[in-house]
Design a protein around this ligand. Structure first.
Ligand SMILES: C[S@@+](CC[C@H](N)C(=O)[O-])C[C@H]1O[C@@H](n2cnc3c(N)ncnc32)[C@H](O)[C@@H]1O
Length: 243
């Protein structure tokens, strides 16, 4: 169910990526393959426990606002499932029935979802629906193509084409569903492109709002008043809700 690198190259070509994009995506995968075993500790290093709890609450609150007794959630670029697992637990504590899918491009991240009651789905954020179709077709799976909520944490600045990711998210949202994205605000630390394999140096509130409104009808973006700390540098976080 979780592909190896040669299979991934074939899937990426099937998804229509040209050679340059395939190579860029493979570079991302290689970086995150090395990060996967340590991802939980990395998150704990970046964020204090109160911050982690706040992020989980922010996402759970957005899901609860839908007023549904059962929800199907897709976590795009779920990584090791650190937040996915906690959000699921928080919602279950509130009596919500939760079905959750962890979607990621890096095989070793997907392997970390095992035992967490999160269904792993290999795929590329810029092409969610087509990735799900490939995974279903290739592995005989039955992963749904629509979700009540799509979440994504600490990943948006890694995507090669963020606006395309928003369109790809919109296409897998149920009617009345929403996307909740939490990530880093714009900063000036160019060195993170090398040290953290960041593609973008975060996005400002205005950039996220603008991008959101080009794709969705509603966009609420605000700073969370929280930050993550990377190598002693503080980077602010935002929450974007699109519907
Ligand atoms: C910084 S980690 C964040 C993981 C997790 N959401 C968290 O909060 O800990 C970024 C994740 O994005 C994934 N990723 C990067 N580009 C991707 C893409 N185009 N499609 C799907 N996943 C991608 C990586 O494999 C990695 O697991």
């Amino acid at each position: 169910m979780i592909p190896g690198i040669e299979e991934i190259r074939a899937f990426l070509e099937r998804l229509g990526f040209d050679e340059k994009a395939v190579n860029e995506l493979v570079e991302q995968i290689e970086y995150f393959e090395t990060e996967a075993p340590e991802r939980d500790d990395i998150v704990r290093d970046y964020l204090r426990d109160e911050c982690i709890e706040r992020l989980v609450e922010e996402i759970a609150r957005e899901v609860l606002k839908l007023g549904r007794k059962g929800v199907r959630i897709l976590d795009v670029a779920a990584g090791s499932g650190f937040f996915t697992e906690r959000v699921k637990r928080k919602l279950e504590e509130k009596g919500i029935k939760v079905e959750v899918y962890g979607f990621d491009i890096t095989p070793s991240m997907l392997k970390r979802l095992k035992g967490k009651d999160i269904t792993p789905v290999w795929g590329v954020a810029e092409r969610i629906r087509d990735s799900i179709r490939i995974a279903n077709d290739h592995y005989g799976l039955d992963v749904p193509e629509k979700f009540d909520v799509v979440v994504s944490t600490l990943a948006f600045h890694h995507f090669l084409n963020p606006e395309e990711v928003l369109r790809s998210i919109r296409d897998v949202l149920e009617d009345g569903g929403k996307a909740v994205i939490i990530d880093v605000l714009k900063h000036g630390h160019d060195e993170f492109k090398d040290t953290l394999k960041d593609t973008h140096l975060g996005f400002s509130i205005e950039e996220m709002r603008g991008m959101g409104l080009r794709v969705f009808r509603k966009a609420e973006v605000r700073p969370l008043g929280l930050h993550c700390e990377v190598d002693g540098i503080l980077i602010g976080l935002y929450k974007a809700v699109f519907a």
